[in-house]
Design a protein around this ligand. Structure first.
Ligand code: EPZ
Length: 416
């Protein structure tokens, strides 16, 4: 689907199943290359980023198939070769293959992942910390070509708890000689899922989810398996959609224990929640209230991936809200689009000031990237009149079917 039509102004009501976590799935798909075997990944989201990653690992000889929402990957007979990113991919997934390719084959050849609209996406830390483990990188401006005869475990002190760097180091360390310690590691739930999968395949990892992770190298890995948690960003997106429209929803399978920063914010905005085994019940009957100050931080702070959805939801909140973006350099791209709908937003450097307005009006908009596109859908749901959003292909990188899901909650939304 490349475009979405919304007739806004309808409160969301009903229940919807939350898909499996995209950002847990992608590194795990890469990690399957580390072990010859048949791996099982249950509750895997059927999204473009997963399909791109499957294309990449199939070029290395992996055989993959689905049974419903469960994905099976056979990596017994691999044939390593250069990794070519599909141009339309622009998801940079190949960078998550660095550690796994080096761990299994001792070599890797992939395109330099470009930046993207949310900011420069450098890979300097990936390179410098893998270099510490004995990896030799050939100098090239277009591609990353690297070789290592034997990965050697060592201590890493990360300059920043980078999710991707932590994941690549874990994947490089599981079959390395000796022990690797990662100090200042990312603590996102996706790290926990990756380590759970690798330990199920025979790895020896402790401390996942904490800032110090210890990986003791082992000789060999075997079949791994995991049931992916619900996607905390998709759940957060739909929760914020309910906040701007009002109504009451059940987000089935929402990983509420991974949403501990957002849930109190929903209360501050006028929402009421009930956390149950089924997931997250949320309703808003009272006035939508502004949130004076939010800053995006590494986990367990407020996630940068929900920054745009929050901005959209706050446009009609009573009062003034401020959002400071501390993770990426250019993640306020939807502000001009929201202003076309009547939003009152002022951006100064990495801080956005939102003054709540009475209502938003439907408009013709363009999505530029994944989470910004989802945020425009939120704005369209809360606006009066019709909203048309072009270039929605970005949204399907991370949301299985945002139109299907929101229609189940009563939204008047259609995708072409
Ligand atoms: C992961 O990206 C996620 N992607 C992103 O989600 C998420 O926004 C990000 O983590 C932060 O939580 C996946 O998991 C597939 P980082 P990643 O390395 O690993 C800088 C989405 O919408 N940096 O933690 O690339 C970097 O520029 C996506 O689902 C360097 O400077 O993020 C950024 O400012 C968007 N040098 C900061 O670190 C490096 O070598 C955090 O990036 C690596 C990163």
């Amino acid at each position: 689907m490349k475009q979405i039509f919304i007739r806004g102004g309808v409160p969301l009501n009903g229940q919807v199943r939350i898909q499996g976590s995209k950002n847990a799935a992608l590194p795990i798909l890469a990690a399957t290359l580390l072990a010859g075997g048949e791996h099982e990944i249950k509750n895997c989201p059927k999204i473009a980023d997963v399909y791109y990653m499957l294309d990449l690992i199939r070029t290395q000889g992996a055989v993959t198939y689905w049974k419903g929402r469960n994905l099976y990957i056979n990596t017994r007979h691999l044939t390593p070769g250069p990794l070519e990113e599909k141009k339309e991919g622009t998801m940079r997934s190949s960078i998550f293959l660095l550690g796994a390719m080096l761990g299994r084959f001792g070599e890797v050849d992939l395109e330099y992942p470009g930046g993207c609209v949310i900011g420069d996406r450098p890979v300097n830390w990936h390179i410098s910390h893998l270099n510490k483990m004995g990896v030799f990188f050939c100098d090239s401006s277009e591609r990353i070509r690297a070789k290592v005869s034997k990965l050697i475990g060592c201590e890493h002190v990360l300059p920043f708890p980078s999710v991707g760097v932590t994941e690549n180091l874990i994947m490089a360390a599981v079959l390395a000689e000796g022990t690797t310690v990662i100090k200042g590691a990312a603590m996102e739930p996706e790290i926990v899922s990756l380590c759970e999968f690798l330990n199920s395949a025979g790895a020896d990892i402790s401390g996942a989810g904490k800032s110090d992770i210890i990986i003791r190298g082992v000789e060999k890995l075997h079949d791994g398996k995991i049931i992916l948690p619900g996607d905390r960003i998709v759940a957060g997106t739909y929760a914020l959609a309910c906040m701007i429209t009002g109504g009451g929803v059940l987000l089935e399978g929402a990983p509420t224990t991974q949403m501990t920063r957002l849930i109190p914010m929903l209360h501050a905005m006028g929402g009421h929640t009930l956390l149950t085994e089924e997931g997250l019940y949320l309703h808003r009957r009272e006035e939508l209230c502004a949130i004076p100050y939010t800053v995006t931080e590494v986990y367990p702070g407020f996630p940068t991936d929900l920054q745009s959805p929050l901005m959209a939801a706050l446009c009609t909140a009573k009062g003034e809200s401020t959002i400071e973006e501390r993770i990426f350099g250019n993640r306020f791209r939807i502000a001009p689009e929201l202003k076309k709908m009547g939003a009152d937003i002022f951006i100064r450097e990495n801080t956005a000031h939102i003054r709540g307005v009475e209502r938003l009006y439907g408009a013709t908009l363009t999505a530029e990237e994944l989470r910004g596109g989802a945020a425009l859908v939120i704005a369209g749901l809360g606006a009066s009149g019709e909203t048309y959003i072009a270039k929605c292909g970005h949204i399907y990188r991370g949301y299985e079917n945002i139109c299907r899901d929101l229609s189940e909650l009563g939204a008047r939304i259609y995708g072409e």
